[in-house]
Design a protein around this ligand. Structure first.
Ligand code: UDP
Length: 257
């Protein structure tokens, strides 16, 4: 099966896994990084969504968000154990998890190596700057050409777009949480000049050291969701999307038979 995403950032032959009406590009982390490096160096627009189970479920239940993932995103990657499980369970080959945070770090490394300027948009005041500082420490040469927090009024949005464009950034990372970050990027996609547009949720908080990621063994045991729940019990409501996702995927499989 081939990719049918609107602008088709991946090659014609990128395998896709259709999960609850969303076509997920079944790339590995290395393939994703190579493709995004190549597109950004070539100045080719690539709007990336890292789709965890919560995002796929949201897209399944909300038609406008689903249409955004189906027709506006250029690349929809399998973020999280849930999406990888669902793809494989439904009979596709989804090789591995392409977690948003890990991809973000890999892209910062590429940005430093190829001198591609980046812009950090989102998070509470000061967090993008703290993430930028940590980024520069880890990858000397990384050029973060602008930072802006993610709390704004509608009338400030024009100015934000102008600041991003004036910065000359080639990669824009928007950390406003899903679905807000994808909706914002989509709304301004035609006017934004960076080649790469990507929503990264709470990634600045993690890079800045404000929020800890689950230990590796928990990630490997597919328990990252549990770690997040224990750290932030207020996420329980959001996490109810996970059992709903599993049930919906099982239903989809039984209907396919
Ligand atoms: N955020 C923001 N503006 C908003 C709402 C949220 O900048 O209007 C930021 C928030 O500070 C946090 C991130 O978006 O850094 C969302 O984090 P969350 O853990 O919800 O995202 P996830 O990684 O789970 O998608």
């Amino acid at each position: 099966m081939t990719n049918s995403h609107a602008a088709n950032a991946a090659s014609e032959h990128t395998p896709v896994a259709s999960i609850l009406g969303i076509e997920v590009d079944a790339l590995t982390m290395d393939e994703s990084v190579a493709l995004l490096r190549q597109n950004t160096l070539a100045g080719k627009r690539t709007f990336v969504v890292t789709a965890n189970a919560e995002i796929v479920m949201m897209a399944h239940e909300n038609k406008a968000y689903g249409d955004l993932l189906r027709h506006k995103a250029d690349l929809v990657l399998p973020d999280g154990a849930g999406t990888v499980w669902a793809g494989n369970y439904l009979g596709y080959r989804v090789p591995e998890r392409v977690a948003g945070y890990d991809l973000y770090l890999r892209l910062l490394k590429e940005a430093a190596r190829h001198d591609l300027p980046v812009y950090f948009f989102g998070g509470t005041p000061g967090i993008a700057e703290a993430a930028a500082e940590e980024g520069r420490k880890r990858w000397p040469g990384l050029r973060v050409v602008g930072c802006r927090n993610g709390y704004f009024q509608a009338e400030e949005e024009e100015g934000i777009v102008e600041a991003i464009n004036a910065s000359g950034a080639k990669m824009l990372f928007a950390a406003l949480g899903a679905p807000k970050q994808e909706q914002w990027l989509d709304r301004y996609a035609d006017r934004l000049r960076p080649s790469l547009l990507m929503g990264i949720g709470g990634s600045f908080d993690v890079l800045a050291g404000k929020v800890q990621r689950a230990p590796k063994w928990m990630q490997d045991a597919r328990l990252e969701w549990l770690y997040r729940l224990l750290k932030q019990p207020s996420r329980l409501g959001r996490m109810m999307a996970l059992p709903k996702f599993v049930l919906a995927v099982r239903r989809e499989k039984s209907q396919k038979k």
